[in-house]
Design a protein around this ligand. Sequence first.
Ligand code: BG6
Ligand code: MG
Length: 213
Amino acid sequence: MKAVIFDLDGVVVDTAKYHYLAWRKLAGELGFEFDISHNERLKGVSRMESLNIVLETGGVKGLTEEEKQDLADRKNRYYLQMIQGIGESEILPGIPEFIAGLKEKGYKIALGSASKSGGMILEKLKLAGVFDAIVDGNLVARAKPDPQVFVTAAEFLKIPCENCTVVEDAKAGIEAAKAGGMRCVGVGNREMLKAADIVVDSTAELKGLIEVL
Ligand code: BG6
Ligand code: MG
């Protein structure tokens, strides 16, 4: 038995842009600009770690844990407002075909997302029933690059880690997959994702990889 474990944001659905826009709004309110050049660093990492990166780029120091929690909550409220109306049209190109092709070949599929909204977003996309296991940020304590999210997904599927392939758009996610002893396909920037076994430019190319997984 083999499995493919999908990251959510930036792989299944185009939500990475809403995470960015929500952080940018927060940064603007704090009096600095969070520009897209720093955004790669936020991909795949937890909400709190993302906040730390955003504050660092703005030179904001000395906040209490409580103040930081308030800011993270505020960003999450903006994010949830932005994705309120999200639907099937924001599933990334080729993902439904890739999933259908995997199922045809007998693969199990799972979600392995850092986001606490992961399960809820899959519901909105009408994809929740398609996944054999769903692990999101509510189920794990340790964020990527720790492999916990992917290893938990493999455990739910009862498939050994060495038979799992992770699909990821984030450096932290590739590191997590490798730390879990899994193969990994990167989607996006080749330089950034060079630790992956295979890198494709776009999710539209994933279906073409089924034979080599
Ligand atoms: C990851 C995103 O999937 O989830 C990160 O790539 C995000 O940008 C992280 O910070 C946590 O998401 P959430 O929805 O729990 O804040
Ligand atoms: Mg991602």
